[in-house]
Ligand binder design. Structure first.
Ligand code: CP
Ligand code: NVA
Length: 304
């Protein structure tokens, strides 16, 4: 596959690059021993402005499995933009590291890091996107359904970073995606436009709705927290507004949807019930495992 230069947003990839990346992730998952030296001699900074379990551990362990070395930086020893500017942070990290994986409050910070470091930057979640999550989700769906252009995914909840990356991924690959959000919590207009332009090219079907019934007949329903890290909405108000959007057994049965997906962490009893989250048709742990394989495919294609 063609070499990647960064991954700030899935819209940087065309259909072939994204499909190749998923194929590579499958290969790495099936034959990890063939990739044990892919990152030999490479050091990767893992820079986190926000908490993380899955992203931090899957990158750290994944880099190790590829023969590379990771350095974890939280914000305890000098926050970016506080002790020194984002640009100075980036240019200094580039003196020692071959790539920067960053979880940040603002997508702009990723752009500043990429410009100042002249080393590949990978988005490990921002206010706008979570591309590594969407790659793992697409990989998970590919494992179950094969041809993604025949898959109908429904995202129900907040039109957030995870929703945005799924919209872009679905649009690139020609999938069917129904996005169901309460009024006022729909996806960002610019991201929607970007996805619609790509959907026209690929034949993807993107539908927006405020009614959970629009998810009927989907292959999988995906939900995420109603309140993302850094979001400023009032939790009580959000809980009331989003309550009708909870995914529970009755909803899964009424809409005749088989699979359940969530990026985690989940808030049991809010966006999803434990019964659905822990059910045999829940794909959440497969998604979590696939984070590492998908990210390793990104890393391998940065350095190959
Ligand atoms: N899904 C995900 O990104 O999890 P973390 O916030 O724990 O990294
Ligand atoms: N939308 C969530 C995803 C967490 C992995 C957030 O940004 O907090």
């Amino acid at each position: 596959m063609s070499k990647l230069s960064q991954l700030l947003c899935l819209a940087e990839l065309d259909q072939k690059q994204l499909s190749d990346l998923l194929e590579l992730a499958l290969q790495i998952k099936q034959k990890p021993e063939q990739y044990g030296s892919a990152l030999k001699g490479k050091s990767i900074a893992l820079l986190f402005e926000k908490p993380s379990l899955r992203t931090r551990v899957s990158f750290d362990v994944g880099i190790n499995k590829l023969g590379g070395h990771s350095v974890y930086l939280d914000q305890q020893n000098g926050a970016m933009g506080v002790r020194e500017s984002v640009e100075d942070f980036g240019s200094n990290l580039a003196c020692w590291c071959d790539a920067i994986v960053a979880r940040v409050y603002s997508q702009k910070t990723l752009v500043q890091l990429a410009q100042s470091s002249k080393k590949p930057v990978i988005n490990a979640l921002s206010d706008l996107y979570h591309p590594c999550q969407a790659l793992a989700d697409l990989l998970t769906l590919k494992e179950h359904y094969g041809d993604l252009s025949k898959v109908h995914l429904a995202f129900v909840g907040d039109g957030n970073n995870v929703c945005h990356s799924l919209m872009l991924g679905a649009a690139i690959l020609g999938m069917t995606l129904t996005v169901v959000t309460p009024q006022g919590f729909g996806p960002d207009a610019h991201v929607l436009l970007k996805a619609q332009v790509m959907a026209e090219k690929s034949g993807a079907k993107l539908t927006l709705s405020q009614h959970v019934s629009a998810a009927a007949g989907a292959d999988a329903i995906y939900t995420d927290t109603w309140l993302s890290m850094g979001a400023k909405a009032d939790p009580k108000q959000v809980e009331n507004l989003f309550a009708p959007y909870q995914i529970n057994t009755a909803v899964m049965q009424r809409l005749a949807v088989k699979h359940f997906m969530h990026c985690l962490p989940a808030h049991r009893g809010q966006e999803v019930t434990s019964e659905v989250l822990d059910s045999d048709n829940s794909l959440v742990l497969q998604q979590a495992e696939n984070r590492m394989h998908a990210q390793n495919a990104v890393l391998v294609s940065l350095f190959s």
